[in-house]
Design a protein around this ligand. Structure first.
Ligand code: AMP
Length: 506
């Protein structure tokens, strides 16, 4: 079996590619599988024309549009490494990614071109092109002018297809290196366990710079010859209006809490749907139950991360249990170990979740020591998530080892925000925590110890704006005389979380 990621598409092309829709947009734009072949071929030729060679990185920070998907596929076909960046990242953040990844080409939003060209120059990036939410820009122009025929550059299974940056709790973000085999094998596995076919019509309202929207959702559709209804962002009313012609939806828990606020969410409204999938953050058992009562559908929750793609899933047939993430996927080995000694624990005991399989990434870009420290000698990857396997074999995630906050499906690492706040005059110290929030899952919350002449809440928030991506900004800044600490001097964030658990409730 071939392991070139683009062969997933070739192996499942509809018999009449021009007749079958790959992407449809709310404004009525329609892209067939013939368009996909032509447009991705044109992008591949355009990239080669710009000097992009096999193994080169193509960094992209652009709004969601069908063109981004064709650019992604063009990069993969050209043997390059696709490197999408969160659209919320600011100039200084982008500078770090470009300096670290050293891409041959950086594609940005036309509106940010002037600001980012200086950043790209500083990072030594040779080529800068643009792509807007409307699908237009200088890289689209280059594709327009290029030939559609392209012979895919051969790749080995372990060659990289993508790098996705994950934030670091200590130090800077890390680039997770994902091979053709990592992505292709996980897609094949998920197609099987979730029963996707060419008849599926997937509601796609996730961002495409993250593993969930780019790989889980898009690759599954590509690998089955199905159709995506492609929305720029989460819009509960629009999603509801599409359900009568869709069969499946993938979302973060926020999708489900927002949709539950719509009176139109009923059994009838969801009657054409066969599958609702949730992941990227814990789905409250309460949300699962409410959804089932309103629609008759049991949300299928799964668990994965940038480094591992998907690792577990609740069953398609059989009980989908609220508050669990189901069973390890067929080709994934999962164990729970003692976080101190590293020895495997019996079922029911909480410890560190470790996984191994063709889904697990090749390591962190240019960080061999970090990579080595996250893998065990027998090849298991230490996820950083704490959890247990119950007597029935279901995996439960009980917490995140490193106090990661997940707000609206995005990872927020407290350290980065704390460092910005602590640097302000008049601040003694700070601790940033996630507090339960009905809409975002967790709301980013800063607890600050003020000194003489300390700024107030509004001034701290103003200071952070423009320095940090919007999704990282605290929803509230609270003040405390001191931070709770244990005997080892470590701040007890669990105590802070308990103290402020009701902050966003009521
Ligand atoms: P990311 O790399 O952005 O995909 O984030 C991965 C992290 O999200 C994991 O390490 C988990 O902590 C968390 N995560 C993903 N899916 C779930 C889930 N279904 N339940 C709880 N946590 C999840």
């Amino acid at each position: 079996m071939s392991n070139h990621l683009f062969d997933l598409v070739r192996d499942h092309l509809p018999s009449d590619p021009a007749a079958k829709a790959f992407i449809e947009t709310p404004e009525g734009r329609r892209y067939s599988y013939a368009d996909l072949l032509e447009r991705s071929g044109a992008y591949a030729n355009a990239l080669v024309g710009l000097g992009v060679k096999a193994g080169d990185r193509v960094a992209v920070q652009v709004d969601k549009s069908p063109e981004v998907i064709f650019l992604y596929l063009g990069a993969v076909r050209a043997g390059a490494i696709f490197l999408p960046l969160n659209t919320a990242y600011t100039g200084p953040e982008i500078e770090y990614f470009l300096s670290d990844a050293e891409p041959a080409l950086f594609v940005c939003d036309p509106a940010k071109r002037d600001a980012l060209s200086a950043v790209a120059d500083k990072a030594g990036v040779a080529q800068l092109r643009t792509l807007g939410a409307d699908g237009r820009g200088t890289i689209a122009d280059a594709a327009d002018a290029a030939q559609a025929d392209f012979i895919d550059v051969a790749r080995e299974p372990d060659d990289l297809a993508a790098i996705l940056y994950t934030s670091g709790t200590t130090g800077r973000s890390k680039g997770a290196m994902l091979s053709h085999e990592n992505l292709a094998s996980n897609t094949r596995t998920l197609v099987g366990v979730w029963r996707f076919t060419a008849d599926d019509v997937l509601i796609h309202a996730l961002p495409v710079f993250h593993t969930h929207g780019l790989f889980v959702a898009t690759n599954i559709v590509l690998a089955t010859g199905g159709t995506m209804l492609f929305l720029p962002r989460l819009d509960a009313k629009q999603i509801l209006s599409l359900m009568p012609r869709a069969t499946a939806m993938m979302g973060v828990p926020t999708f489900y809490t927002r949709l539950l606020k719509e009176p139109g969410l009923t059994r009838e409204a969801t009657a054409h749907m066969r599958l609702f999938i949730s992941g990227s953050a814990p789905l409250l058992a309460e949300t699962h139950r409410e959804w089932q009562a309103r629609t008759g559908h049991a949300i299928l929750e799964r668990y994965g991360m940038t480094e591992t793609n998907m690792s577990t899933s609740n069953p398609y047939e059989g009980a989908r249990i609220a508050g669990t993430v189901g069973f390890p996927l067929p080709d994934v080995a999962l164990r729970v170990t003692d976080p101190e000694s590293g020895t495997p624990l019996p079922p029911g005991e909480v410890g560190m979740i470790e996984v191994k399989g063709p889904n697990v990434f090749k390591g962190y870009w240019r960080m061999p020591e970090k990579t080595a420290s996250e893998f065990k000698a027998d090849g298991f990857f230490i996820t950083g998530d704490l959890g247990k396997v119950d007597a029935g074999g279901y995996v439960h995630i009980v917490g995140r080892g490193k106090d990661l906050i997940i707000s609206g499906g995005f990872n927020v690492y407290p350290k980065e925000i704390e460092a910005e706040i602590d640097a302000m005059p008049g601040i003694v110290e700070s601790a940033v925590i996630g507090v339960p929030h009905a809409d975002f899952g967790e709301g980013v919350t800063a607890v600050v110890v003020p000194g003489a002449g300390a700024p107030n809440e509004a001034a701290i928030l103003r200071h952070l704006e423009g320095r940090l991506a919007r999704f990282k900004l605290p929803k509230r800044v609270l003040f405390a005389e001191e931070l709770p600490r244990n005997t080892m001097g470590k701040v007890q964030k669990n105590v802070l979380r308990e103290t402020h658990a009701q902050l966003y409730r009521g």
